[in-house]
Design a protein around this ligand. Structure first.
Ligand code: FES
Ligand code: MG
Length: 571
């Protein structure tokens, strides 16, 4: 053991408090030797029936425990706030930071020497990793894995790829209620998280690229027996990590973050990646700027042909060799010396991989696309930045000048978007306000709003949309997101009016509102900020402390960490 077990401060004492700490836990039937110097491993579980994507993690905890016990550890499972993407209102993003606080305090306050994070649905990965970083114990992530491919009318159907088109399918392809029901029952047909390259798959790949999972863990489908093996081996490994004192801060160096940005570009990962990776970096004390994502990621070739931008799904990705093939292909772009949870480097872990299907994973010499990463835009409309995913955008729109059609809120959008008298055509730019971190609150995934019915009827599928919100990782389109500062706190977006001209030039990284500074000053002087969205409770804390999107939308008071020390006792 390279340092004293922190659990001994609870269980190792022969005084009254040692008696208290041990004696109540014995009601679960642990033998005496469990309290005498075994590493105590917390299994942090985001299982919940309200988080369908994590529904299988209850069983997975038992498999992890098997591994912990085999290696001589003492596993203790505990629940943390679970965030179910498709169910929670107004958006899980509002609660990511809350879940991270729950994770952080649960780890620090308890007699844990190491932690296994069981994650799946979008926010359950970043929230638990953020919380764990602020304590900085030896920690390993067990990603719950994607669902099997969706099936519909004899073909594959990706998570999210149908629900974003329901309106269009009904209008243009005469889909009936039965068709829609068939799609509804054929998409999520096994345990696991979304199986397109949406945010959950992106997050799983992110943690593997950071070095926080066993090699190959991210892409194994949830129902594949090999996922269970991975969970058991992770249980064994965390006990060794405690003995080696291999902490998060040893693994999560600036170079590890750079690797993760490279891999995210190569897999065509979700735009939500930026906001979560920055929040994690903030917790572990690594300097990461919005511009870094562009500098490091935008020159990277796209290798993975997965929906929403490509053709295949996570199951195909796994059968083709999974993330290990991508990491090996990308080695010339990576820091291969970064250390991972198994104690080996990225270079060592991923040197022997075989690609079984080049249609799913392209080689670095013949990529699907050059320069694939996320572009960071600047201009008077987004002084602190905005982002766009060029691989998901339409070629003909990435340089465009158009007339703004402004919606002051989501409610305003819903009320007017299909009004036949709305003065809009396909060359216009849809501007959506008040969907940022403070404004909504919680920065929901609404940036890819549906086009007006009258434009969809013409067979047009894409228009430029600009907002201070986010977009689901399963969505696509020429969508400018994360405009910062947001409209609700007086960013320029707040002052855009119908008829203003907006210029987007992705090549030049430019987003410009063609209105003079004098006129903008006038509009600013007349502007009435929206009323605060909450007067009490967690949401009040959130709107008072949330940072803007370009900083990762963490609470300012949560940046950094407090370590694993607890100075005061409970009696
Ligand atoms: Fe949970 Fe997509 S809804 S991962
Ligand atoms: Mg999502």
């Amino acid at each position: 053991m390279s340092r004293k077990l922190r659990s001994l401060d609870w269980f190792g004492k022969d005084d009254k408090m040692g008696f208290v700490h041990r004696s109540w836990l014995r009601n679960q039937g642990y033998p005496d030797d469990y309290f005498r110097g075994r590493p105590v491993i917390g299994i942090c579980n985001t299982w919940s029936e309200l988080t369908p994507c994590n529904g299988h993690l209850r069983d997975f905890a038992e498999i992890v425990k098997r591994g912990v016990i085999e290696a001589g550890g003492f596993p203790l499972e505990f629940p943390v706030t679970s965030l179910g993407e498709t169910i929670m209102k107004p958006t899980t993003m509002l609660f990511r930071n809350l879940a991270s606080m729950d994770t952080e305090e649960s780890i620090r306050a308890n007699p844990l020497d190491g932690v296994v994070l069981l994650t799946g649905c979008d926010k359950t990965t970043p929230s638990t990793v953020m919380g764990a970083c602020s304590v900085d114990l030896p920690t390993i992530v067990v990603p719950g894995g994607p669902m099997l491919n969706g099936r519909f009318k004899g073909e594959c159907l990706g998570s999210g790829s149908f629900n974003w088109m329901v309106k269009e399918k009904k209008l243009n392809e005469n889909y009936t209620a039965e068709d829609i029901l068939e799609a509804e029952t054929g998409t999520a047909r096994s345990q696991g998280h979304c199986m397109s390259m949406g945010t959950a798959s992106t997050m799983a790949c992110m943690v593997e690229a950071l070095g926080l999972t066993l090699p190959g863990a991210a892409t194994i489908p949830a129902v594949d027996a090999r996922k269970k093996v991975m969970a058991q081996l992770s249980g064994r490994r965390i006990v060794e990590m405690v003995k080696e004192d291999l902490k998060l801060s040893t693994i999560l160096t600036r170079k590890a973050f750079e690797n993760s940005i490279v891999i995210n570009a190569a897999i065509g990962g979700s735009t939500n990646f930026l906001i979560h990776l920055q929040a994690i970096a903030g917790r572990i004390g690594v300097e990461l700027k919005l511009e870094d994502f562009d500098h490091i990621g935008s020159k990277i070739p796209l290798l993975v042909n997965l929906k929403p931008s490509g053709e295949f799904l996570m199951e195909d990705f796994y059968y083709a060799g999974g993330l290990p093939v991508v990491i090996n292909e990308m080695k010339e772009y990576l820091h291969n010396e970064t250390i991972t949870v198994n104690g080996k480097t990225i270079g060592e872990n991923y040197s022997k991989t075989v690609c079984y299907n080049r249609n799913v994973i392209a080689s670095v010499d013949h990529p699907l696309q050059h320069n694939a990463g996320i572009a960071v835009l600047k201009g008077n409309l987004c002084v602190d930045g905005a982002i766009i995913k060029p691989s998901a955008a339409s070629r003909e729109l990435i340089k465009h000048r158009g007339r703004a059609v402004v919606f002051e809120s989501m409610e305003d959008y819903h009320a007017r978007i299909d009004d036949p008298d709305l003065d809009i055509d396909e060359n216009c730019v849809i501007v959506l306000k008040t969907v940022g971190p403070v404004g909504y609150p919680g920065m929901p995934e609404v940036g890819n709003v549906d086009l007006p019915e009258k434009i969809l009827r013409k067979g047009i599928r894409d228009m430029i949309r600009i907002s201070d919100g986010r977009m689901s990782g399963t969505a696509a389109g020429t969508v400018v997101l994360h405009v910062s500062p947001e409209s609700a706190i007086g960013g320029t977006l707040a002052f855009v009016k119908d008829g203003d001209m907006i210029e987007l030039d992705v090549e030049q990284r430019k987003l410009h509102l063609d209105v003079s500074d004098e006129e903008l000053q006038k509009r600013k002087a007349a502007w009435i900020p929206p009323a605060p969205m909450a007067a009490r409770g967690y949401v009040k804390i959130y709107i008072d402390h949330v940072q803007q999107a370009h900083l990762g939308a963490d609470l300012d008071i949560l940046k950094g960490g407090s370590g694993d020390t607890v100075t005061r006792d409970l009696h």
